[in-house]
Write a protein that binds this ligand. Structure first.
Ligand code: NTF
Length: 839
């Protein structure tokens, strides 16, 4: 219902657009007026939160200018567009990032100072936007940053959860407890724009009927059931060094049913609001599982709600250009971030056939030229499968369409591979279990033109294991690799100011911020003594910043000169935090045995852990309990001369990562080979000059190839040996490493928390013994301890360490999200940047 203004009136509007100015006086004026007018507060009644909000509003006004310019440019140029569909966007804080991208941080710092506040204090007021679990959600956020910076006409689509990932509290007994993350608190969120004019209806349940359309053809029609409304909220994504500004459109569920006055008047207040609550429940909460699929009905409804609203919006925009349906794939690319949005495939097919009246084959041709699918894991427990009865109930027409997609696919498949029922069963989208299941990954493969893995090894495993049977039919070309990348804006420029300045000063320009390959020019300083000294000093500053945080928040004193050994990521058996803490126990017991003389040779260590466990993941929660229990014992043992400290940083999130990542000497990425698809924090640590202690897994391998094998500590069973070892252990038991045996005995003997606590760890220890040690902790333990010895030895040689650290940063150009996003644009989306003014 948009009004088309006449050119005169339009002129009027344009004349009255007043560009924002970024001198200090103008900024102060804006902050003051937002305080008084937007927030209705006054200078006699202020707190940091209010001034943060006012400052955020002043910045958002400037972002909006770019946002509007961008929309206008894209509208006029009408390029092919790309949509990144992701159930998760782990954005973190927005203010500091926006200040850097708009290049106004210094001016704001001064303005805020003049007004009696410190910008650093204000930045700390902001709540993280934590609409994601871990790597998958953070990757989506990094790609949105890169797409905006590179002027790609790309939008993200997601859900506006009212509760993001829970806040983790470590209670007095050392267990994880969860507190809801009500991030959209009463203060309001200045980083979103409610679009009350952008609403769509989303249907659930009901039944399928046949109808005759306008052309007199018989079509299926999805009738009845419930309807919920999706309303759009836009989150602007600033680009760096461009006037371009990206967008993530998040959907929020609203009830379509008006307030039930009848019940209200009957005095049944509860019932009168029940429908409303029910509908809004849909987008209430993010499912807190990482690399694990649970199969809940509400989650399926979230997925469809998300897909339906996004496609309606995409199609609305496409139709506005008056193009014909056959041009849709030339104008629209849709990337599916894992299988979570895979219902978009049958949904688009349904819209084209049932509603738009296209023939099945023409529609399917369009569908399969629009979608591409990124797989992020090979772990079987993480692969989405939906029960057929559940899908039939909630999405009856989609279930039929999935059956048809499967039938036509299997028919073609059978023509090539005749008389192999087993093979057909293995590639079928429907798993013949009881009840039957829809294999979403297979549906995504069949409905997409390209499937990509997220690191070289992972993409190989996809071809040889996960989708090996599909290669026989499609050939290998459909399956490609695009190694993950991270945004250097947040993960170096913003998070590590000291290193940012040193690099810029040394290279003589800021070009590296958008051309990360420029970092290779640091190589020539790797052995330069005075540069090394500056480099070491930057690292010390960052370690001191983290040590201060730990002292303030956890009241643990750690020496910034000690070796900082960090493992922060979701707690998962495959990531082997358990192996890490077992090695810490080994180290502790070793220190106890050493003489005063021998101790002088030791490198003091601070071992830092952080990460959330899924609330229902019992073993992961026991790992946290073990770490916190060991920390309690070690940190209070005065007899070990501060040679070892163990710290559990609670509630690991994006904004904490920004302090933690720059402060590592060593970070650990020690998944069982073949289990971590890529990892992205490994890239962040190395970019900031931290060395890796890691397994030959995921992107560790490519990091090694880029920075040189002499600059990374690698150990452990190779991925192609894992299956054999598992097989052997299954039939012959687990050969227990002797050092590991000692450690396990110490736990069982009650050395950590007494006998009562020791019994709590029983099930955890059993995963190694009776459980068959699926993740190969025992098999890798000796090599792991050897690698630690090498780390200790090298850390004593400050010069060599500094050289390696410099070469780490210098070699990381490849892992920029810019490179990754360009690869998607070139190899998958066939997408070109639009034209917009540079800053
Ligand atoms: C994760 N996958 C992988 O476990 C990480 O190795 C990878 O770095 C990120 O994706 C980003 O690609 C998932 O979270 C999921 F959902 F696939 F299990």
């Amino acid at each position: 219902h948009h009004v088309q203004l006449q050119s005169e009136a339009l002129k009027e509007w344009k004349q009255h657009i007043e560009p924002k100015k970024n001198d200090i006086e103008s900024i102060k004026k804006d902050i003051v007026s937002h305080t008084l007018e937007t927030l209705c507060r006054n200078p006699y009644n202020l707190d940091k939160m209010a001034v943060y909000q006012a400052t955020a509003h002043a910045v958002r006004d400037r972002l909006l200018e770019d946002w509007n310019l961008t929309q206008e440019a894209i509208h006029q140029q009408n390029p092919k567009r790309c949509y990144y569909l992701s159930m998760e966007f782990l954005i973190g804080r927005a203010l500091d990032n926006a200040l850097h991208c708009l290049e106004v941080k210094d001016a704001y710092k001064q303005s805020v100072k003049d007004l009696g506040f410190s910008l650093e204090d204000l930045l700390e007021q902001e709540r993280d936007a934590a609409l994601g679990n871990g790597g998958l959600g953070r990757l989506a956020a990094c790609y949105m940053d890169a797409a905006a910076t590179l002027d790609y006409p790309t939008w993200g689509y997601g859900l506006r959860y009212q509760y993001g990932i829970f806040k983790q509290i470590i209670n007095n007994e050392g267990y994880q407890t969860e507190v809801p993350d009500y991030w959209l608190n009463a203060d309001g969120n200045p980083w979103e724009f409610p679009r009350s004019d952008i609403k769509y209806e989303v249907q659930f349940y009901g039944y399928v009927a046949t109808k005759v359309n306008e052309k007199g053809e018989s079509r299926m029609s999805w009738e009845g059931g419930d309807k919920v409304q999706a309303m759009a909220y836009d989150v602007p994504i600033p680009g760096y060094d461009t006037k371009g500004c990206g967008n993530i459109r998040l959907w929020s569920a609203k009830s379509l049913k008006t307030f039930d006055f009848a019940s209200f008047n009957d005095g049944d207040y509860d019932r009168s609001v029940a429908d409303q609550k029910n509908a809004e429940n849909l987008t209430s909460v993010l499912y807190p599982n990482d690399n694990h699929n649970v199969g809940k009905e509400l989650r399926l409804k979230q997925e469809y709600f998300f897909v339906s609203a996004s496609l309606q919006d995409i199609i609305y925009r496409f139709k506005h250009t008056n193009a014909a349906w056959k041009e849709f794939p030339d104008k629209v690319a849709v990337q599916l971030n894992d299988t979570h949005p895979t219902l978009a495939i049958p949904e688009l097919q349904r819209i084209l056939v049932d509603i738009e009246g296209l023939e099945w084959d023409d529609a399917w041709d369009i569908v399969t030229r629009v979608f591409a699918f990124t797989n992020h894991t090979v772990l079987p427990e993480a692969l989405e499968c939906w029960s057929v009865p559940m899908m039939e109930k909630i999405l009856p027409r989609h279930m039929q369409i999935v059956y048809d997609i499967n039938l036509f696919f299997l028919q073609k498949f059978e023509k090539v591979f005749q008389n192999d029922r087993g093979l057909l069963n293995r590639v079928s989208i429907i798993e013949e279990s009881n009840p039957q299941q829809v294999r979403m990954a297979y549906l995504a493969v069949v409905g997409s033109h390209t499937v990509n893995g997220v690191a070289a090894l992972h993409s190989e495993l996809i071809k040889t294991e996960l989708f090996s049977e599909f290669i026989k039919y499609y050939g290998p070309e459909k399956f490609i690799n695009i190694t993950n990348g991270i945004t250097p804006r947040r993960w170096l420029y913003q998070a590590n100011p000291a290193l940012r300045e040193l690099i810029t000063e040394t290279l003589g320009s800021k070009k590296w911020v958008t051309h990360l390959d420029e970092l290779k020019n640091l190589k020539k300083y790797a052995e330069d003594k005075s540069f090394q000294k500056k480099w070491i000093d930057v690292k010390l500053q960052n370690k001191t910043r983290l040590a201060d945080w730990i002292k303030t928040h956890l009241d643990i004193s750690v020496d910034p000169h000690a070796l900082f050994d960090i493992q922060v990521k979701r707690i998962h058996e495959y990531k082997r935090q358990f192996m890490n803490i077992l090695s810490v126990i080994y180290r502790y017991k070793n220190i106890q045995l050493l003489s005063a003389e021998e101790r002088k040779e030791l490198t003091p260590r601070v071992v830092i852990f952080g990460g959330k466990s899924a609330p229902g993941y019992y073993i992961a929660k026991m790992v946290i309990k073990l770490i916190t229990t060991v920390a309690q014992v070690v940190n209070n043992d005065d007899s070990i001369d501060n040679l070892l400290k163990v710290v559990y940083i609670p509630d690991y999130n994006v904004s904490l990562a920004e302090i933690i990542v720059p402060a590592s000497d060593i970070s650990q990425h020690i998944s069982t080979a073949g289990t971590e698809a890529s990892g992205t924090s490994n890239m962040k640590f190395v970019l900031n000059g931290g060395l890796i202690l890691g397994t030959v897994d995921g992107a560790n391998i490519e990091i090694r190839d880029e920075i040189g094998e002499e600059n990374i500590f690698m150990f452990g069973t190779l991925s192609d040996k894992v299956a054999d070892i598992r097989h052997h252990q299954k039939y012959h038991g687990v050969p227990m490493d002797p050092n590991l045996q000692v450690v396990l005995h110490a736990i069982q003997a009650g050395e950590f928390g007494g006998f009562e606590t020791a019994s709590v760890f029983g099930p955890l220890i059993n995963t190694l013994t009776y459980g068959g040690d699926y993740y190969l902790i025992s098999a890798d333990f000796e090599q792991y301890l050897d690698a630690h010895d090498k780390v200790d030895a090298l850390f004593k040689d400050k010069t060599t360490w500094a050289k390696k650290s410099i070469l780490c940063t210098a070699g990381m150009g490849f892992f920029s999200a810019d490179r990754a996003t360009r690869e998607y644009a070139d190899k998958i989306w066939n997408l070109k940047p639009f034209t917009i003014e540079k800053k």
